[in-house]
Design a binder for this molecule. Structure first.
Ligand code: SF4
Ligand code: SF4
Length: 274
C-alpha cells in the first residue's frame, strides 16, 4: 500500500469547512483529545454523550495513541486523503498540550493530510509558534463580538495566566487576544475562519461590525451559526431561519460566508461516500 503516494489536498478551497462546495466532497474527523477549557461561554454545557448531535460533545476522550491510530486506520481503509483532521474540543484545542502532540504526530506520519483546529482564540497569539510547528495551516476561531459591553453577556469567565477574570474585563481580554492572535496567524500564513454564534437580542445588532473587523484582520470566511440554547443560555431562544439568513446576507456584503456548518460533535467522523 503506497500511502505516501496518495494525492494531497492543496488549497483551502478543498477544506470542507472553508468552502461550501467542498463540504460534502471532503470528509472531516474531529479527534476528542482536548478536555480543558480556559473560558466559560454562557451557551456551553460540557457533556460526555454518545447519542446527541451537539457541538463540543464527545462519547469519550481519545489518548494520543488512539487518535493517531484512528487516522492511520481510516487512511489505510480508504487509500485516500479525502478528509481533514482537526481538534475541536471537547474544551479548547489550545488549552491542551495533547492537541499539539497529536497533530504533530499525524503531520509527521501523513504530511499530505490537512490538519486544523478550532479555538476560542484566547491563546492563539501565545501558541502560534506551536501551531505552525505542528504543521497546522487552517484554523477556526470562535469570535462572537467586538464590544466587551456586549461580550459580558456571552462570556462569564476567562482564565489567563493564572488569573480568572469576570464580566466586562473578561470579555475585553478575550476579544483583545482573539484579534491579536488572528492578526499574527494571518501574518504567519495561516488560513483563518471565524465561527460566530448568533444570539438573538445579544449580539445580533453587532454582527456587521464584527464582520468588518474580521475582514480587516484578514479572516478568510465567516460562519454564522444559530445559538443552541444550553448552559446559562438554556432559556434563550435560537434565531429563526429568517434571522439567520438575514444576518448571513448582511455580513456577506463584507466577508464571504460559509453556509454548510453542521455544528459537529467533538468526535465527528464524516467521510464522503464513493
Ligand atoms: S470555548 Fe468552547 S469549550 Fe470553552 S466554554 Fe466556549 S464553547 Fe465551551
Ligand atoms: S462544526 Fe461546522 S465548521 Fe466545524 S467541522 Fe463541523 S461543519 Fe465544519
Amino acid at each position: 500500500m503506497n500511502i505516501a503516494g496518495l494525492p494531497a489536498m492543496t488549497s483551502v478551497l478543498e477544506h470542507p469547512c472553508f468552502n461550501d462546495e467542498a463540504h460534502e466532497r471532503i470528509g472531516r474527523i474531529h479527534l476528542p483529545v482536548a478536555p480543558r477549557c480556559n473560558i466559560q461561554c454562557n451557551y456551553c454545557e460540557h457533556r460526555m454523550c454518545a447519542d446527541i448531535q451537539h457541538p463540543g460533545w464527545a462519547a469519550r476522550l481519545l489518548s494520543e495513541a488512539e487518535a493517531v491510530d484512528l487516522v492511520r486506520s481510516v487512511i489505510v481503509e480508504r487509500q485516500a486523503y479525502d478528509f481533514v483532521v482537526g481538534v475541536a474540543g471537547p474544551g479548547d484545542a489550545l488549552a491542551n498540550d495533547k492537541t499539539f502532540h497529536v497533530l504533530a504526530s499525524i503531520r509527521g506520519m501523513h504530511p499530505q493530510l490537512t490538519t486544523c483546529l478550532c479555538t476560542n482564540g484566547l491563546l492563539l497569539d501565545d501558541r502560534l509558534h506551536d501551531i505552525v510547528e505542528a504543521g497546522v495551516r487552517t484554523i477556526t476561531v470562535t469570535v462572537n463580538v467586538t464590544d466587551s459591553r456586549v461580550g459580558k453577556d456571552i462570556y462569564s469567565r476567562v482564565h489567563y495566566q493564572d488569573t480568572t477574570y469576570q464580566g466586562e474585563e473578561a470579555a475585553a481580554i478575550l476579544i483583545e487576544k482573539q484579534f491579536l492572535g488572528i492578526r499574527g496567524a494571518v501574518a504567519a500564513g495561516l488560513h483563518v475562519k471565524a465561527n460566530t454564534v448568533l444570539v438573538p437580542g445579544v449580539n445580533d445588532e453587532h454582527l456587521l461590525e464584527l464582520a468588518r473587523q474580521l475582514r480587516d484582520t484578514g479572516v478568510t470566511v465567516m460562519n454564522i451559526m444559530p445559538l443552541i440554547p444550553a448552559g446559562k443560555m438554556k432559556n434563550y431562544r435560537p434565531p429563526s431561519c429568517g434571522e439567520l439568513q438575514r444576518a448571513r446576507q448582511q455580513c456577506a456584503e463584507v466577508i464571504r460566508q460559509f453556509h454548510s456548518c453542521e455544528q459537529c460533535r467533538a468526535d465527528v467522523i464524516f467521510l464522503p461516500s464513493r
